[in-house]
Design a protein around this ligand. Structure first.
Ligand SMILES: [Fe+2]
Length: 276
C-alpha cells in the first residue's frame, strides 16, 4: 500500500488551521485504505479510528484548560491525530495490538509519517515535535532529558490517550462478545483471577507494567493504575465526570482487596480535584 501526502500545507512559518484540515483528510483517507470485508478486522480498525478522534477531543480539552495559544492547540491536535497511525499496519501484518509480540506501534507510526511524508510540509520544528511525541506516547518512563516544550505535548497526548483507552475498555466489557473488537484485549484470558502484583501497584499508587499481565482482570487493574500517571487537572476532571473509576470497578471481581484499591484510586482523583 502506498499513500503519498499531498503538500497543501501553507508553510513555511507556522502550522495553521488549513494544515490541520489537510492532515485530518489524510488520516481519513489512510483509515479508508485499511477497510476490509472481514468483520473482525474491520471492528479492530474502527476501534482505533474512533479512538484517534476521541484522543483529539481529549487533547483539545486539555489544551484549552492549559490556555494554549492557537498555534499550540493545532500542534496538540495534530499529535493526537497521528499518535496511533502505527496501529493500522500493526494489525494488518500481525493481527494484534500487542506490541510485545509484534512491533512497537509508536515507532511504526513515526515510520509511517516519515515514509509517507505526511507532515513534510510543516515547519521543521513542528515536524520534529510531532514525530518525537508520537514515538514517546507509549513509553513507560519518559527520558529525563526531554525539553520543556516537547514534554508538554507528550504529556498532553499521553493523558488524552489513556483517558480514551479507559473509555474503549469500559465499552468493550459492556458489549456482547460477538460485537467486541477482539484485539483490544490483547488476547488475555477472561478468567476470574487476577495477579496480586498488579493489584499491589494499584494499592501503592504506581503504574503497573504490561509484562505483569496474566488475565483480562489484570489489564483492568493496570488501566486504573494509569490514573496515577495523569499529568493535568483537566484529565482527572474527565475521569471524574465520566465516572471511569466506577465503571471500571463494575467490570472487576468483587472482594475486599479490590474494593480497597478502587477506593484508593477514587480518593486519589477526588483529592487532586479537591472534591469529596
Ligand atoms: Fe498508542
Amino acid at each position: 500500500m502506498s499513500l503519498q501526502y499531498n503538500h497543501e500545507f501553507s508553510g513555511p512559518a507556522m502550522m495553521n488551521q488549513k494544515d490541520l484540515t489537510v492532515l485530518k483528510n489524510w488520516f481519513a483517507d489512510y483509515c479508508g485504505h485499511f477497510s476490509t470485508h472481514v468483520e473482525e478486522d474491520q471492528r479492530n480498525f474502527a476501534v482505533k479510528k474512533d479512538h484517534t478522534y476521541n484522543v483529539c477531543l481529549n487533547a483539545v480539552r486539555i489544551g484549552r484548560s492549559l490556555q494554549l495559544n492557537k498555534q499550540d492547540m493545532l500542534i496538540a491536535e495534530a499529535i493526537a491525530l497521528c499518535h496511533d497511525v502505527g496501529r493500522f499496519p500493526q494489525y494488518l501484518h500481525y493481527k494484534t495490538f500487542d506490541d510485545d509480540i509484534s512491533a512497537n506501534h509508536a515507532v511504526l507510526g513515526a515510520k509511517v509519517l516519515l515514509e509517507q511524508d505526511v507532515i513534510g510540509g510543516l515547519p521543521e520544528g513542528e515536524q520534529n515535535l510531532i514525530i518525537r511525541a508520537v514515538t514517546l506516547h507509549n513509553v513507560f518512563t519518559l527520558p529525563d532529558t526531554l525539553d520543556h516544550r516537547t514534554r508538554l505535548f507528550v504529556h498532553i497526548v499521553r493523558d488524552a490517550d489513556k483517558l480514551d483507552i479507559l473509555r474503549v475498555f469500559i465499552e468493550y466489557y459492556d458489549q456482547e462478545e460477538e460485537c467486541r473488537a477482539t484485539a483490544v484485549a490483547l488476547g488475555l484470558p477472561d478468567t476470574p483471577g487476577y495477579s496480586p502484583t498488579v493489584l499491589a501497584c494499584l494499592l501503592q499508587g504506581r503504574m503497573a507494567l504490561k509484562s505483569e499481565l496474566k488475565t483480562l482482570n489484570d489489564f483492568k487493574l493496570l488501566q486504573l493504575t494509569w490514573l496515577y500517571d495523569l499529568n493535568f487537572t483537566s484529565s482527572l476532571q474527565m475521569v471524574q465526570e465520566r465516572r471511569y473509576v466506577d465503571k471500571m470497578a463494575a467490570a472487576l471481581p468483587e472482594n475486599i482487596a479490590i474494593r480497597e484499591a478502587i477506593e484508593r484510586a477514587r480518593r486519589y482523583v477526588a483529592g487532586k480535584l479537591n472534591t469529596p
